[in-house]
Design a protein around this ligand. Structure first.
Ligand SMILES: Nc1ncnc2c1ncn2[C@@H]1O[C@H](COP(=O)(O)OP(=O)(O)OP(=O)(O)O)[C@@H](O)[C@H]1O
Length: 372
């Protein structure tokens, strides 16, 4: 059932940990809450779990006031970064815990609990380890036990707070793919907190990008990557080049590179453009507008190479990506002078009255006509 979060705010003394957050969470959806440390992700998750309450706003599940229900009545499963397993209980007992402590009238019979626990252990691929204690497991195995324990109560909503945050990179990747499959198989509704954009981009159906207690953008991974709605999202998701724009008598320019039109009809004087490293054309023919950029360094990163470029006339450092196999081509040696131009960008004007405050509603995206 759809959860409707409407204008949620949560203050700690005079500090807004959540500031006017509205979101919809659809049934069966995998939603990632992505943002830097302190952006309010955990606060939002705790409110959904019934561990904290907002000062303002509502959460509705159809006609039901979700916030009025106790944590237990909400039927959520919770997994945190630090495996809060009971050390004195075996894996099997840990998974059964949520069912065993239920009031007698809601507690399934023993045989049913046993059967459900075995099924879950199998599902999280730990059926061989049911008699071990948490101290006898690896970090990844412990998180799978934590997940099985959260799933044992058959939650309608699964809430995960950096569940793989303490694990090494390779285990994280394996576990997140496994989690995604499990989510689909069980048709769960999952809210996943992370500060790791790669994790969010790979796992989620939609991402809510948070910053300073606010949701800056909600969209599919592709939408937040390809069409970032705010300067913060441009800079936080993926890598980007930040290029100052200025309006001059001849129109808008970024150094030697002119914008073909004035997207803002003469209303602003300054702005900023964001260009992804893969959206730079490196060998623009003479006669077409381009920056003259010196190739300073090449950083090989497996199948991709990162080029560190410098545009002397506007003293601008640029990063461009090329396929590593293209490095052998003429003109891509350190020291070479390249003619570089964007082939896609997102730009924001600055509010003339407030220095460099971007005017979000006047975001402008551009691609050359032949690439639209
Ligand atoms: N109980 C509290 N008392 C005072 N301030 C709090 C409390 N809980 C959270 N905060 C503050 O609210 C802000 C948001 O915290 P929150 O834990 O939601 O961030 P987060 O995005 O989950 O960060 P992280 O990724 O570091 O866990 C932070 O600045 C934090 O210090």
């Amino acid at each position: 059932m759809t959860l409707l979060l409407d204008q949620l705010s949560r203050h700690f003394t005079d500090f807004a940990a959540l500031d006017d957050v509205s979101l919809q969470i659809a049934p069966g959806e995998f939603l990632a809450l992505l943002g830097p440390s302190g952006s309010g992700k955990t606060t939002l998750l705790r409110i959904l779990a019934g561990l904290d309450y907002p000062d303002q706003g509502t959460v509705m599940q159809a006609d039901r006031d979700f916030l009025a229900a106790s944590a237990r009545e909400r039927n959520v499963g919770l997994v945190f970064q630090h495996y809060a397993l009971f050390r004195h209980l075996t894996v099997r007992e840990n998974v059964a815990f949520g069912l065993r402590v239920r009031p007698r009238r809601r507690r399934p019979p023993r045989a049913q609990i046993r059967e459900r626990v075995e099924r879950l252990l199998k599902r999280v691929q730990l059926e061989e380890l049911g008699d071990r204690y948490p101290s006898q497991l690896s970090g990844g195995q412990r998180q799978r036990v934590a997940l099985a324990r959260a799933l044992a109560v058959e939650p309608e909503l699964l809430l995960l707070d950096e569940p793989f945050g303490a694990l090494d990179a390779q285990v994280r990747v394996t576990l997140r793919r496994w989690l995604r499959e499990l989510h689909e198989e069980l048709q769960l509704t999952t809210v996943f907190v992370t500060h790791d954009q790669e994790e969010a981009l790979e796992l989620a159906d939609r991402i809510a990008v948070m910053n300073c207690g606010r949701v800056e953008q909600v969209g599919t991974p592709q939408a937040v990557y390809q069409d970032p709605a705010t300067p913060f999202v441009c800079e936080f998701i993926g890598r980007t080049n930040r290029i100052p724009l200025a309006r001059q008598a001849q129109g808008w320019r970024a150094g030697a590179w002119p914008l073909a039109t004035d997207p803002w009809g003469g209303r602003y004087r300054q702005g900023v453009a964001y260009v992804r490293p893969e959206h730079l054309t490196l060998h623009v023919p003479d006669g077409q507008p381009a920056w003259e950029a010196r190739l300073r360094h090449v950083y090989l990163a497996g199948s991709v190479a990162h080029l560190d470029l410098h545009v002397a006339d506007i003293d601008l450092a640029l990063e461009a990506d090329v396929a590593s196999e293209d490095l052998g081509r003429p003109g891509l040696q350190p020291g070479a002078l390249l003619r570089v131009a964007p082939n896609r960008l997102v730009a924001f004007p600055f509010d003339d009255d407030h220095g460099d405050r971007a005017v979000i509603r006047d975001r402008w995206t551009w691609r050359p006509p032949d690439r639209r």
